[in-house]
Design a protein around this ligand. Sequence first.
Ligand code: UP5
Ligand code: MG
Length: 190
Amino acid sequence: PSKGSLFVTFVLGGPGSGKGTQCAKIVEAFGFTHVSAGDLLRREIASGSAYGSVILSTIREGKIVPSQVTVELIQKEMESSDNYKFLIDGFPRSEENRKAFEKTIGAEPDVVLFFDCPEQEMVKRVLNRNQGRVDDNIDTIKKRLEIFDELNWPVINYYSQRGKLHKINAVGTVDEIFEKVRPIFAPLSK
Ligand code: UP5
Ligand code: MG
């Protein structure tokens, strides 16, 4: 798709805040293409790519993979889709991530969702997930939360100042939360 017609949504929130779960609902209702940065990185590890071992150790430590690597994976994924509506899930996690995306993709998000969730609820959800993720253990979760707290807020503030931020209380059932998300996209038809 041409850059002018892109509709990009960034989906932000701490570990276990429900980004992936809500993205699936948004895809179903509004026909977005879901691009999860974390899933792309995990796929890269599984594929045995040259970056795989660096990505794996970074994720194990709850740290952030260099922007260049992540942005390249996101770019490839966007280019391989015919869609123009994208949900970029779990990215940008830092100001550096944000700037790298803008520079490489040459686009800004139209909408930024922020799932605001108390820490103890996030920890509970992640520990209950049980999908074998290498970072779903209490030690890594603590590190993920620390990094999130340190680097996410400047990104949130940036988009808040630009009037793009939609902060959503992420406590409640999946459907209750989606009913708060739906009106944001209602102007877009599927
Ligand atoms: N659940 C969901 N909604 C619920 C609700 N309303 N009530 C009760 N339970 C609910 O949900 C988590 C769990 O909670 C699930 O079991 C779900 O059923 C349940 P999910 O939707 O998976 O939450 P999500 O926010 O997607 O949590 P996730 O763990 O995926 O978030 P992270 O941001 O931690 O993970 P991500 O995959 O994005 O990144 C992983 C790592 O990759 C990062 O720590 C980092 O090391 C690396 N990374 C980068 O370096 N750069 C990037 O750009 C992206 C990732
Ligand atoms: Mg996720």
